[in-house]
Design a protein around this ligand. Structure first.
Ligand code: ZN
Length: 109
């Protein structure tokens, strides 16, 4: 015998992975992760973060075009959600967007 509780259904239990979740979830994620967002590309899942020019104080090499990203240039940093962050890469914003539009058959960079 189990005691029956008549609890009202609460909406949007946090942490639940509802299939085809509401767009709200993205906004919530943005809030709790401080500007990061999750993206799914042809090569899997990534977490990305926009770096404003003021925060770009180092020169990075973009894996998309093998060119340098100069200091002061707004860009994107991306890493695998299930890694330890050691695979973080800095991309030109345009290179990052182009990457996600590639077909799944294109060669790996
Ligand atoms: Zn680039």
């Amino acid at each position: 015998m189990s005691p029956r509780r008549n609890s009202p259904r609460r909406k949007a239990a946090r942490g639940n992975n509802a299939p085809g979740g509401p767009p709200d979830e993205d906004a919530l994620m943005l809030r709790i992760t401080g500007g990061q967002r999750r993206e799914t590309g042809p090569d899997g899942e990534w977490v990305t973060r926009r770096i404003p020019g003021a925060a770009a104080t180092k020169v990075y090499r973009c894996p998309g075009c093998a060119q340098e990203i100069p200091t002061g240039m707004p860009h994107v940093v991306a890493w695998r959600p299930y890694g330890d962050g050691g695979d973080r890469r800095h991309w030109h914003s345009s290179c990052w967007e182009r990457r996600s539009q590639r077909s799944p058959r294109s060669p790996r960079y």
